[in-house]
Ligand binder design. Structure first.
Ligand SMILES: [Zn+2]
Length: 217
């Protein structure tokens, strides 16, 4: 009885081992490579695969349009640029109809922030992307960006989607810059009484400023 049970369990073990090719492979592998070396090489391989930068450029077909709900601004011959990790990645100019093409190589940027500027126009934030749906995205940008509000009806920033640091931009010299004295240094801030002083008499496209992202929109 005892002998029979032992023989049976031995037979089961043998059968299981025969069907497990990976187990054999691991066993063979151990003869050639010590486990620490094996793990280190695997980890280096995994790191290489996960942090490999993109080798494919993004070809953007862009269109600058005015929001029909807002005042219409001329979107022809504007300079469009994209920033990632604080660096300008690419630049382009819109044609007469506000269309443009742009190519750049994405890397490890946290986001891709599109801005535009032109004659008499400050740098205006258009839109931010974390990734692109394809290598050849077709994107419509609103100039200025479409206004969004939170539950309280406050204008939210198109980048951080928060309202707490958003200021209405005031054009003209009527509003003074606020003077702050810290450690004996005098610092002027354009934010005064909840408004952002653009310090120019030219009425701009941007109506709001986000102090968190330091962008006009
Ligand atoms: Zn913001």
């Amino acid at each position: 009885m005892y002998f029979g049970r032992a023989l049976k369990s031995y037979g089961q073990a043998e059968h299981w081992n025969n069907n497990s090719g990976w187990r054999k492979a691991l066993h063979v592998g151990r003869h050639f490579m010590n486990p620490i070396k094996f793990i280190s090489i695997s980890l280096v391989g995994m790191l290489f695969l996960s942090f490999r930068p993109s080798i494919y450029p993004v070809y953007i077909t862009g269109h600058i349009r005015s929001d029909p709900k807002e005042a219409s601004f001329d979107s022809s011959y504007l300079i469009i640029y994209v920033k990632g990790n604080g660096k300008v990645l690419a630049r382009s100019t819109s044609d007469k109809l506000g269309n443009f093409k742009m190519t750049f190589l994405p890397g490890d940027e946290k986001s891709f922030d599109f801005f535009c500027t032109g004659a008499g126009i400050d740098s205006i934030f258009l839109k931010s992307f974390v990734s692109f749906e394809s290598d050849e995205p077709d994107i419509t940008f609103y100039f200025p960006a479409k206004r969004s509000t939170n539950k309280l009806g406050q204008i939210t920033c198109p980048k951080c989607v928060k309202a707490d640091k958003v200021y209405r931009i005031v054009y003209g010299d009527g509003i003074p810059f606020k003077r702050i004295i810290t450690n004996g240094d005098t610092v002027y801030t354009p934010i005064y009484k909840g408004k952002y002083n653009a310090g120019t008499c030219v009425d701009g496209v941007a109506k709001y400023y986000c102090g968190r992202d330091k962008i006009k929109f």
